[in-house]
Write a protein that binds this ligand. Structure first.
Ligand SMILES: Nc1ncnc2c1ncn2[C@@H]1O[C@H](COP(=O)(O)OP(=O)(O)OP(=O)(O)O)[C@@H](O)[C@H]1O
Length: 264
């Protein structure tokens, strides 16, 4: 079942749904993200690719409003995110790298809590919960405590929490983590469904195959900087693999943002 999105009708979403302008953030006294600018067009599926520690989670946490940038701006649907965080959160569904689940709450209670935090209540909340439970086959788990779920089940709950309010922008941090191959295939189907319903997606991974399977654009981060940003085309995967390898091996010595203008 394809769930129509979104909180806002498509025609009042800006063509440039997300704009990051010169974002920087230090962590533990070291630069984790440096001078990052990119624009995500409505309907795009962007893969944020990078080796461990490249700055992917830091970037996505800033986009989701969980971390404040040291400098730079984030505009979501044309509005300054930092000035209107409540409105922005309703537009975003976020699956963090380690989904912060409350062990003493059930699966159903998680979905209700996430839905309420994003403005749903009453019949709308009930319908939204039922739809996502059905789509992610969480019915048998609804009364189970999150603390006793397997890792893969927790990841599915995290996805359901990210999707319950039908966000316009879906932010997925390493969404295939802990999923078995069947669930990875199901995840890809789910992402494609979301895109067909009008959702814009940004996902992070250190695996090129995850990007080429579902994304139409890739941005490669290394040591917190953007080193490549371009479309993904069929037959291009070998070249992209080489680009990723070069960036990772050269330790970021390639020319940052050389391909930025090819994007979008
Ligand atoms: N909670 C934290 N406290 C201090 N430093 C952190 C924290 N989280 C990340 N960092 C540091 O910030 C930098 C970027 O990390 P980040 O988690 O954003 O990278 P990543 O690309 O998501 O890596 P991975 O693929 O391993 O998850 C790294 O140097 C990391 O050590």
């Amino acid at each position: 079942m394809t769930m129509p999105n979104a909180v806002l009708p498509q025609d009042i979403l800006e063509p440039d749904l997300l704009r990051l302008d010169r974002l920087s953030r230090h962590r533990a006294g070291r630069p984790a993200v440096q001078d990052l600018s990119l624009t995500l067009k409505r309907g795009q599926v962007l893969g944020l690719l990078g080796v461990n520690g490249a700055g992917k989670s830091t970037t996505l946490s800033m986009i989701a409003g969980a971390l404040r940038p040291d400098s730079g701006t984030i505009a979501l649907n044309g509005e300054d995110f930092l000035e209107h965080p409540e409105r922005a959160r309703r537009l975003i569904g976020w699956l963090p790298e380690r989904a912060p689940q409350w062990p003493e709450l059930t699966v159903g209670e998680h979905l209700d809590t996430h839905g309420r935090l994003r403005g749903l209540n009453g019949v709308a909340l009930k319908q939204a919960r039922e739809a996502i439970v059905e789509r992610l086959e969480l019915g048998p788990l609804q009364r189970r405590l999150a603390g006793v779920l397997s890792q893969g089940q927790r990841q599915r709950l995290g996805l359901a929490c990210a999707l319950v309010h039908k966000p316009a922008l879906l932010v997925l941090d390493e969404p295939a983590n802990a999923l078995d191959p069947i669930q990875v295939a199901a995840l890809r189907t789910l992402i494609r469904e979301q895109v067909s319903a009008g959702t814009t997606v940004i996902l992070s991974t250190h695996l090129l195959a995850e990007v080429t399977a579902v994304c139409d654009r890739v941005a490669i981060l290394h040591e917190g900087r953007l080193h490549h940003d371009g479309p993904i085309t069929d037959g291009d995967h070998k070249a992209l693999e080489q680009t990723f390898f070069d960036i990772a091996m050269r330790g970021g010595d390639s020319t940052p943002s050389a391909d930025r203008s090819r994007a979008a």
